[in-house]
Design a protein around this ligand. Structure first.
Ligand code: NI
Length: 181
């Protein structure tokens, strides 16, 4: 975990079936900026400790359009804050990779998405930015933007696969809670 978040308190990560995970978040406006600034370090701390490579605001109970991402290339932090992100171009070429989600702990499945995307967003300093992403970064950013629209990676699967994963998760969480009592 990078030192910059060592003293920052984590936030509880909401799990499926929390309703906010299925809701569309609203855009971050000028009045939200202070709140977002306060949440971003805590979201990074939560994500690094989980550990994960992306965390969207609804996963910590905040219905605003922003997410944090860090693929830790070469094990070094490379934090990205995506505020009001928008996919403005996507490749016809698709790519399939295994995805998981901190809101569906222990569950993984192959998800097919556009291989490359161009994303426009505002960064933590308020600057408008554009990024061309491919590979894992493209999948991760699309996964996080999906969260802002109430879409989970399992929503990209067949109903059969999705229900199998959701049933397995519910069962595992029930068992965990029973063990904790
Ligand atoms: Ni996720």
């Amino acid at each position: 975990m990078p030192d910059m978040t060592a003293t920052v308190e984590s936030l509880p990560i909401l799990l499926v079936p929390e309703p906010i995970l299925k809701a569309r978040s609203r855009s971050v406006g000028a009045a939200d900026v202070e709140r977002v600034r306060g949440l971003v370090p805590r979201m990074f701390a939560t994500m690094y400790r989980a550990p994960g490579i992306g965390l969207a605001a609804p996963q910590v109970g905040v219905g605003l359009r922003f997410a944090v991402v860090d693929l830790m290339p070469d094990d070094k932090p490379a934090p990205i804050v995506l505020i009001n992100p928008e996919v403005i171009a996507r490749s016809d070429e698709q790519a399939t990779r295994e995805e998981g989600c901190l809101s569906l702990p222990g569950q993984y499945a192959d998800v097919t998405r556009p291989a490359r995307v161009t994303v426009r967003y505002t960064d933590a300093e308020g600057a408008r930015r554009q990024i061309d992403a491919e590979g894992l970064l493209a999948a991760c950013i699309q996964h996080e933007i999906d969260h802002l629209d109430g879409i989970l990676f399992v929503d990209h699967l067949s109903a059969l696969k999705r229900n199998m994963i959701l049933r397995r998760l519910a069962k595992e969480l029930r068992q965990k809670r029973a063990e904790a009592m």
